[in-house]
Design a protein around this ligand. Structure first.
Ligand code: B12
Length: 211
């Protein structure tokens, strides 16, 4: 099967919340040695964009979005071992989480898997994590970087609050952010140390900040 066909099937699988097709196409993509970045961004992620657009236009509803996200998570589960198969040498600790008030995790999970693959120790706080939880985990694990994901315009503010919380205790943690509504301009405005639009770019960003 051609690479284009496999990527198209991955997209269709998420758009039609077809878990079996997602699993089969992910295994086919691995067999065809399609790199993980393309599987996520040109296959599965493209399907999720369609889901977001249809949800926006009320062509589909939350149950379908849940089904689509479960389909993407099923595919990510197959990819995770490959993403986190680093050389085992740990390169420093990063605390990741989705910020307070936000339960979107898929993007954050992809970033965590990529960071583990690059040899970083990742402490994943999960969804709806408060600034205090980030600070406590950073101290406990001697982390260098805090990574906060936000998927809603309403929860972007929680990213600013985290930067403020770090400043308040005069800690040296670097704060990086991402998520669909997040941007470089927003991160500059709130005084963050970094932003990346994709999971692939987060590696370069963190390598740079931990140099
Ligand atoms: C899947 C989904 C859900 C699922 C989430 C399942 C899960 N376990 O995560 C469920 C069904 C639970 C859900 C719930 C809701 N959702 Co929703 N959801 C989506 C959807 C369709 C896809 C998001 C996604 O997973 N994208 C795929 C991932 C891979 O992309 P990503 O998250 O952007 O991540 C990439 C980058 O941004 C970056 N990145 C991500 N995080 C980080 C962090 C760092 C540090 C860095 C450096 C980089 C980085 O790397 C990632 C990989 O490349 C979006 C629409 C969209 N296309 O964004 C709506 C969307 C985000 N949801 C929306 C809404 C409104 C809701 C609800 C409030 C609906 C409701 N009425 O209940 C609730 C939220 C409740 C809450 N308190 O959070 C709106 C937000 C509107 C707004 N602008 O504020 C959207 C935009 C849909 C819409 N068009 O209206 N949702």
């Amino acid at each position: 099967m051609s690479k284009e066909q496999i990527l198209a099937d991955l997209k269709t699988a998420v758009e039609t919340w077809n878990v079996k097709l997602a699993q089969d196409s992910t295994n086919a993509a691995i067999k065809e040695k399609i790199n993980i970045k393309e599987i996520i961004e040109k296959g599965l992620g493209k399907g999720m964009e369609t889901i977001g657009e249809k949800f926006d236009k009320a062509e589909i509803y939350l149950p379908q979005v849940v089904a689509a996200s479960k389909t993407m998570e099923a595919a990510i589960k197959i990819l995770e071992p490959l993403m986190s198969a680093g050389d085992g040498a740990l390169r420093g600790t990063i605390v990741m989480g989705t910020v307070e008030g936000d339960i979107h995790e898929i993007g954050k999970n992809v970033c965590c898997a990529m960071l583990r693959g690059a040899g970083y120790n990742v402490v994943d706080l999960g969804p709806d994590a408060s600034s205090q939880q980030f600070l406590d985990a950073a101290e406990e694990n001697e982390a260098a970087i805090l990574g906060g994901s936000a998927l809603m315009t309403t929860t972007l503010e929680a990213q600013r609050e985290l930067v403020e919380a770090v400043k308040e205790i005069d800690a040296k943690y670097k704060c990086i952010f991402g998520g669909a509504p997040c941007s470089k301009a927003w991160c500059d405005e709130i005084g963050a140390d970094g932003y990346s639009a994709t999971a692939a770019e987060i590696i370069e960003l963190v390598n740079e900040l931990t140099k």
